[in-house]
Design a binder for this molecule. Structure first.
Ligand code: URA
Ligand code: SF4
Length: 315
């Protein structure tokens, strides 16, 4: 029942000893921080043996996890070919699956852990983001939205952006083009970005779900649950200074609050150490084109600008 995690920094441990020492979490965390700094993006984990040891290996995109220990462990023997942890859930007991989930969340930094350590180099960010899009998202069938989509909409922008906008999900124009916020709501968002004195390619724009919910309905909880792992990894790679959530689904997902937009907007929140400013969704601004709503959005964006020292549009 040996534990091997990524075969990177810390090799093999007997889980029983580690539990006795009470250091398993700390060791895994430390190791993972190192791996993350080296560009690790995903970490498939699989239960082995009835007793429930874990085997984990860095997936595509992970670096620095090659090493000798991995060779010795011959993870290939334990590891099915398609290196996708999600394909491996079948056949496990409920307890095992839950334990695995807990360890996976610990390994990826934990839902509430601040993102720390040095950021990745620009080229590495570009590589990791395009690999995620091309190798995972484009072929993703993890939820029912895959059945009605034309294109997945990964998101786009500067991989080193200070501001990361999160919308709800692709609409018709986005589904047809494969790009986020290109329809009417997109024009409004472009205006908002320009008003902040920025170009669209200076920010990053993505959604909580990557496929269009039919009829532009809000994404269902199971769809958000299936998809947001991608968004979390996008945020970990881009590591913006500020996240701007657009509208209710994005704001509720990031803040974990079940309040109204009126209550959440205009206030700073944090997500894993990153400042979060919720504001109204551009579609909502278009539907409720009142002075009051526009004023509220502008005041939210101004808070973001002052946080980042942005001067706004030159006139
Ligand atoms: N609305 C969104 O929330 N996202 C898009 O990409 C387009 C419209
Ligand atoms: Fe996969 Fe997300 Fe599309 Fe669902 S919405 S199929 S989880 S990419």
């Amino acid at each position: 029942m040996a534990l091997e995690v990524g075969a990177g920094g810390f090799g093999f441990y007997d889980p029983r000893t580690m539990e006795k020492e009470g250091c398993i979490q700390g060791r895994i965390r430390l190791w993972l921080q190192g791996e993350r700094a080296m560009g690790l993006s995903t970490l498939p984990v699989r239960m082995v043996g009835a007793g429930g040891g874990f085997v984990a290996a860095a997936a595509a995109g992970g670096r620095g996890a090659g090493g000798k220990a991995r060779e010795t462990a011959k993870p290939q023997e334990l590891w099915p070919s398609g290196e996708d942890s999600r394909e491996m859930a079948g056949g496990e007991s409920k307890g095992a699956a839950e334990a695995k989930k807990a360890v996976v969340s610990m390994l990826v930094g934990g839902a509430d852990e601040p993102i720390s350590g040095p950021g990745l180099r620009r080229e590495e960010r570009i590589r990791l983001l395009s690999a995620m899009d091309e190798k995972e998202v484009r072929g993703c069938r993890q939820c029912g939205l895959s059945e009605s989509r034309t294109h997945t909409v990964f998101g786009e922008g500067d991989p080193e952006a200070a501001i990361f906008f999160i919308g709800e999900g692709p609409g018709e124009s986005e589904d047809l083009s494969g790009r986020p916020f290109v329809g009417r709501a997109g024009q409004k968002l472009d205006e908002m970005i320009a008003a902040m004195g920025l170009r669209r390619d200076e920010v990053f724009i993505a959604n909580i779900v990557k496929c269009r919910p039919p009829g532009n309905r809000a994404p269902a909880p199971e769809e958000t649950g299936a998809c947001t792992g991608y968004l979390v990894r996008q945020l970990e790679i881009v590591r913006p200074k500020v996240i701007v959530t657009l509208g209710l689904p994005a704001t509720r997902y990031i803040t974990k609050l079940e309040l109204s937009m009126g209550r959440m907007r205009g206030q700073w929140h944090t997500w894993r150490g990153i400042k979060v400013m919720p504001t109204y969704h551009p579609s909502y601004i278009l539907r409720n084109y009142s002075r009051e709503i526009r004023k509220a959005v502008w005041s939210d964006l101004q808070q973001v600008m002052s946080e980042l020292g942005l001067k706004g549009k030159k006139v």
